[in-house]
Ligand binder design. Sequence first.
Ligand SMILES: Cc1cc2nc3c(=O)[nH]c(=O)nc-3n(C[C@H](O)[C@H](O)[C@H](O)COP(=O)(O)OP(=O)(O)OC[C@H]3O[C@@H](n4cnc5c(N)ncnc54)[C@H](O)[C@@H]3O)c2cc1C
Length: 447
Amino acid sequence: MDYEVIIIGAGPAGIFAALELARLRAGRVLLLERGKNLKERCQRTGDDVLCGWGGAGAFSDGKLTLSPEVGGHLGELIAPDQLLTLLEQTDRIYVAHGAPDRIYGEFTPRMEELGNRARRADLELIPMRIRHIGTENCPIVLDRLRQALEGRVEMRSGCPAEQILTEGSRVTGVRLSDGTELHCRQVIAAPGRSGAGWMKQQADRLGLKSKASPVDIGVRVELPAVVFKDITDAAYESKLIHYSKTFDDKVRTFCMNPYGEVVTERANGLITVNGHSYAGKKSANTNFAVLVSSAFTEPFDDPIAYGLYIARLANLLGKGAIVQRLGDLLSGRRSTRERMAKCLTRPTLTDATPGDLSFVFPFRHLQSIIEMLAALEVLAPGVYSRHTLLYGVEVKFYSNRIAVSSELETEISGLFAIGDGAGITRGLLQASASGLLAARAAAGRLQ
Ligand SMILES: Cc1cc2nc3c(=O)[nH]c(=O)nc-3n(C[C@H](O)[C@H](O)[C@H](O)COP(=O)(O)OP(=O)(O)OC[C@H]3O[C@@H](n4cnc5c(N)ncnc54)[C@H](O)[C@@H]3O)c2cc1C
């Protein structure tokens, strides 16, 4: 045996698995990362955004969602009290490595009142407790986590795992892209969303059961922070759910950034939009995504291809991200530079092309987004303003969900599949928690 455990992917899931294995003194552990080291990563270009030491969240604004119902499916695999304890333990590790003490979104009478107001607006408010690390602090926290692993776990960057090796129904090791075969007792696969295609390939090759997850497609909405101040002051990040009148589709807000900035993201050769906020620096605007969930059955069941197709169409028309004033969209005309100059919401993303999102979205999605914005107007007057900005497109892909046990072990003995790449989680805290869970099981087997 070269190692007791090999971990594939140094995102939050892989890092927390490594930390736990080191704490439990599990023997020789190797953490493989196909991207660059943390310090060599450029912030927002190319593959570096999603790949490299620290994973996809390295340059995010680091919102740790403490509420168990958000950020993943761990709640479907383990008991509610076990999940709560696990999330608390994970959160404490972040705090011990520099995440701030403050928690937003504690349940207060004001939150209850907001929830009631949301119901009157045909919306459901999901309260969320959040710890906000902040864009500028995420790399610092990650660097401290890395230092905590130094000398206890072997770490290799720029080193992709090519194949998971098995014998019968047992895992035996990992083949690297240079052909080297490394043997081990347990493998923890944590390749994240950027490695989801690879994970699916491995799952198919090994005969592991998996199922497609829906794709979420929509826009990033930007408006003056004062419009949502009531809500963001009380809840910081609120998740609001609406079922659209015309299609009865689930539409939700996602990743709310009070006083934040809209940014572009480059992955799979495509430019999409996202948002973030700093812990210290504030803009005049709040941004959040409005996303419509789409699932398919047969003969087509490839939601990722569908999402990529829509993003490609937006890039074709806009040569990148597109921005449109809501007023222009509702009047059936494109936004232009001249019209944007008259926009009272000053865009924080300045290199999006003023254009027409109605050329991009299918009727179903556009209608659902517009109906959601109209519902939000009742809760927060000003959302449905002509000057509200819509950036397109924002697409959230979720990986195929691999069938795992309550310890996150696959049908192959000794092979664990965790984090976003296995479709088990969708956020920093649950991804990290999945690392702890799998590491404990793996360490238990070694004994
Ligand atoms: C811009 C942005 C902002 C975000 N903001 C938030 C937020 O505020 N709050 C929140 O909860 N979530 C946020 N997320 C989501 C969060 O980052 C992810 O849920 C989380 O990083 C998932 O962790 P993971 O370890 O499963 O995967 P990842 O973080 O994706 O890490 C997987 C790692 O595995 C590596 N890898 C892939 N394949 C291989 C291979 N074959 N061999 C070796 N290495 C491989 C990848 O390079 C990557 O570094 C954000 C995501 C993005 C992109």
